[in-house]
Write a protein that binds this ligand. Structure first.
Ligand code: C2E
Ligand code: CA
Ligand code: CA
Length: 564
């Protein structure tokens, strides 16, 4: 076959005058491109794409003949032909008991100008006794924009008849977001080619579209998937179905059925139902367990049910809530505050020890630029306050604040007895750590005191050395080091009569004053965990100490620090 390369005009008039013949003589063929299920990688459908294989010009691509057919108002001829071809094939296969999959077809906006289109479609479906869920309709955004009111009715009608309507090329037009609330699409088809660079911005845009689709209850397909990297990203981000050269190229319909049956795993109808049901589960949501979505009470994640966080401004030392989430307020109410205002007033009253500590933490966060945290007890519950500076200018600082009631968190509740045992301990101690001597780990359990070592660390020895060097009164350093020496700690604690050893040292408080503190090392009660020691520090009440007998006080001065 010798092929000629046509001029644009020539091809255009050729297409216009030969479309009927091309259909009749089957120069136009229906190709299928596989749709796969993101979670299982099984075949869950296919898209019908036309090819014009011409005796004179060879392969004419849809990009060439579709615009001409639209311009000349002949596109309906093509789409009706594709619909008939697909439905006949599906019907026959079904009657023969061969496998079939749902197929999505492309409808041009002009197809909907034909008032009889839906009726014809119904007749074709009836003739082939095909359930409506085996055919999906893909409509491009531009088609929708052309005649909004009419399209809206059409989409509704298609739904009533039982068809699924997909929005093709979602995100490529300029009014996508506006169309979202106007139309009831079942599925978005996102074209990766618009965002194929896999750059940071593209990835954020794609995952945000997927996120939004789940939240509003619309299924998702990504097309133009060309790489393993794209597939993996889309899967984690929650894209339900995918299509693209990475999985398969479009193939002539009959070959597609033959080849797919042989070499691919197919999704069953049951699986299809299940996967569609779980399509709206959003594992990257802050509240993935929250599955209720109804029109009457939409759950706006991150606000209604998300994290207990607030934004606070600090100007000339005065704190003010700028914004907060519902869970944040809920936690405050649960802790006995009347609301955010009362908590705010409290934070602005530095004469209260508890708030003064929180403000110290915020000061520390302002200086460090890191997340700083503090534990505290309120009504017997273990709470945690976290904060981080997000912006500063002049005398204004803006903080992000988070307030968790740890005792309410399920994984903490699991250890109810543990909690019960530990809570009183927290009232006594300013800081409680678990030392893992074998693994050289330091784990803060409760820290109600500013201390740089509150973060988990895998350098226990280094942290102890740093602590002794920076925090302990020079005269007490040597003794304190001996007390906290990790090399001999296990042995000393193990041989202690009462499972713990005590000592008193002077160390810095958060105002950098040296105060007497009691240091306790307690043996872990789990037999298998001999290398674990619990370490607590608490500040002594010096008024009480001064009431003791003179000779008892000698202990504090003369360096016999160990008490057994
Ligand atoms: P579309 O609906 O967006 O179809 C997807 C196009 O992307 C197809 O091009 C397909 O072959 C191509 N494609 C699929 N996977 C990949 C990939 O991984 N990488 C790249 N680069 N491309 C991929 P095709 O077949 O040339 O169709 C072009 C457009 O023509 C279609 O875009 C559709 O809008 C239209 N079209 C095709 N067949 C029909 C039809 O029967 N009726 C109507 N109304 N429109 C059709
Ligand atoms: Ca399409
Ligand atoms: Ca598309």
């Amino acid at each position: 076959m010798s092929l000629r390369k046509p001029k644009d005009k020539e091809l255009e008039s050729y297409i216009e005058s030969h479309i009927e013949e091309a259909i009749e003589k089957e120069w136009i063929q229906v190709y299928l491109q596989t749709n796969i299920r993101g979670l299982s990688k099984r075949v869950c459908g296919a898209e019908a794409l036309s090819r014009w294989i011409d005796p004179v010009y060879g392969m004419i691509s849809p990009g060439e003949f579709i615009p001409v057919l639209e311009k000349k108002r002949k596109i309906q001829l093509l789409d009706r032909y594709v619909m008939e071809t697909i439905c006949r094939e599906l019907g026959e296969r079904r009657r023969r008991g061969q496998f079939i999959v749902p197929i999505s077809m492309n409808f041009s906006r002009l197809d909907f100008d034909v008032p009889t289109l839906l009726q014809e479609m119904e007749e074709i479906m009836e003739k082939n006794s095909l359930p409506r869920n085996y055919v999906h309709i893909e409509i491009t955004e531009s088609a929708v924009m052309e005649n909004e009111a009419y399209m809206k009715d059409t989409v509704r009608e298609l739904h009533t008849l039982g068809y699924k309507v997909w929005m093709d090329d979602f995100g490529s037009g300029y009014s996508s977001l506006n169309l979202l609330k106007e139309f009831e699409f079942d599925t978005f088809k996102i074209d990766m080619r618009f965002l194929s660079d896999m750059g940071k911005k593209s990835l954020i845009i794609i995952s945000s579209i997927l996120y939004m689709a789940k939240e509003i209850g619309i299924h998702t397909v990504a097309e133009g998937v060309e790489t393993e990297e794209q597939y993996r990203f889309l899967k984690v981000a929650g894209c339900e179905r995918m299509q693209g050269y990475y999985f398969a190229r479009p193939e002539p319909m009959k070959e597609w059925f033959a080849h797919t049956k042989e070499s691919c795993e197919m999704e069953t109808e049951e699986d299809c139902y299940l996967y569609d049901e779980i399509g709206f589960v959003n594992i990257i949501s802050p509240v993935p367990f929250d599955l209720e979505r109804s029109d009457s009470s939409p759950s706006i994640h991150g606000f209604e049910t998300g994290q207990p966080v607030a934004v606070m401004s600090e100007m000339d030392g005065v704190l003010k809530h700028l914004n907060f989430t519902k869970p944040y307020r809920k936690n405050l109410l649960e802790l006995g505050y009347e609301g955010t205002h009362q908590f705010q007033d409290l934070l602005n009253d530095r004469s209260i020890l508890f708030t003064d500590k929180m403000r110290d933490i915020m000061d520390l966060a302002r200086k460090s630029g890191r997340i700083e945290a503090m534990d505290f007890l309120s009504g017997g519950r273990h709470c945690q306050f976290q904060t981080r500076l997000v912006a500063r200018k002049g005398n204004k600082n803006i903080f992000l604040v988070r307030l968790d009631i740890l005792s309410n968190i399920r994984r903490f509740q699991k250890n109810k007895e543990f909690q019960e045992a530990l809570s009183p301990l927290y009232t006594v101690y300013d800081m409680v750590f678990v030392f893992d001597l074998k693994e050289n780990l330091l784990n803060p359990v409760y820290v109600n005191e500013i201390y740089e070592g509150v973060h988990e660390s895998s350098n226990l020895r280094g942290e102890i050395e740093k602590f002794v060097e920076n925090k302990v009164y020079p005269k007490d350093k040597e003794a304190c080091w001996q007390f906290l020496n990790p090399d001999t700690m296990a042995e000393r604690v193990e041989s202690a009569e009462k499972d713990f050893i005590l000592a008193y040292f002077r160390s810095k408080n958060r105002k950098n004053e040296y105060v007497w503190k009691r240091f306790v090392l307690i043996r872990s009660h789990e037999r298998s965990k001999q290398d674990r020691v619990i370490f607590g520090i608490h500040t002594l009440n010096m008024d009480k100490v001064s009431m003791m007998h003179k000779e008892d006080q000698q202990i504090f001065q003369e360096g016999d620090f160990f008490e057994r």
